[in-house]
Write a protein that binds this ligand. Sequence first.
Ligand code: MG
Length: 391
Amino acid sequence: MRTAAIIAAGGRGERLGAGKPKQLLSVGGRTILERSVEVFARCPGVDEIVVVVPPDLVSDVSLLLTGCPVPLAVVAGGPRRQDSVANGFAAVDGRADLVVVHDAARPFASAALVAATIGAAAESGAALAALPSSDTVKFARDAEPPVVERTIPRERVYLAQTPQAFRADVLRAALAAAVPGETATDEAALAERAGFPVRLVPGEPTNIKITTAADFESARTMIERESGPPRIRVGTGYDLHRLVEGRPLILGGVTVPFTHGLAGHSDADVLAHAVTDALLGAAALGDIGRFFPDTDPRWKDADSLAMLAFAAERVRAEGYVIANVDAVIIAERPKLLPHVPAIRQRLADTLGVPVGDVSVKGKTNEGVDAMGRGEAMVVHAVALLTARGSS
Ligand code: MG
């Protein structure tokens, strides 16, 4: 038995309002269309795939789907769904015995569901995946506002999904029997009208059709659940600089008025250095000295926020998201509290995170040791990174 799959992606998905055809929106790094095609590419017994898209998307989608392990063609759809499926069917290899049609907007159908639907169609001529209704179904009179005409026995109500599969001769006859000027919302309706029995195969509640922005959010949640809990990575950073006369005191990019400043090759921003090390450490990228050696004249009096921005860029390039940063500055003087809001804002802007994800605290050393005597300042920092998927 030769089986062809037609993936119907002919619509524009205007209901989603995303300014892009919905089949080309990405969830979890791949478009909805790629995910739907993959279900069939992985399904044993599917010999070819024909993807039907709006005419202007044929070349883009062909490019997107290169590398599909199953022979695949991309063809232009028509004005109505049945026209698109007819165009897809025309592109199917003439030797196909069975044709399975699927909505591109249902990327969560399982391979088992596809196989069951194909198997049922092989026996009965036509079959579709459908879910029994768990809600009571009311049939309304054609009036405004709508009024119930009657209640339909729920036990006999099924909600149609795709895949829908057909023997090739059944689909040919069903498409030929379509009434011009009438739009069928699925292929099974055409087969029914042409008088073919259409078997129901138990559908899957997770086989949702992505139509609205809310559906898109549900899809995102489902994919995140599939890819498991986020990886979390913590990093710690530490730095010390001596306090000397004749230098500005720069903490987190903010110049704090004080009699002394921090000594160092760069601008000696002890806070920026500790946070930079915490970020690099969380991603196991080494430390600040690896990227900005203090023997390099390029970093003389350098703006340490540029180093911090570089570190944030690097951890993002590794696929991480910065969850939060916390730092404690150990300094006997000056009073840091009045400067903390400005410092947090500068750090947050540099890291590209909301200010609520950045915490900075000042602490004295109770007069004890070098920090207590005002000879040096120390910063301890931690950074938390998250990422999706396995490393
Ligand atoms: Mg330093």
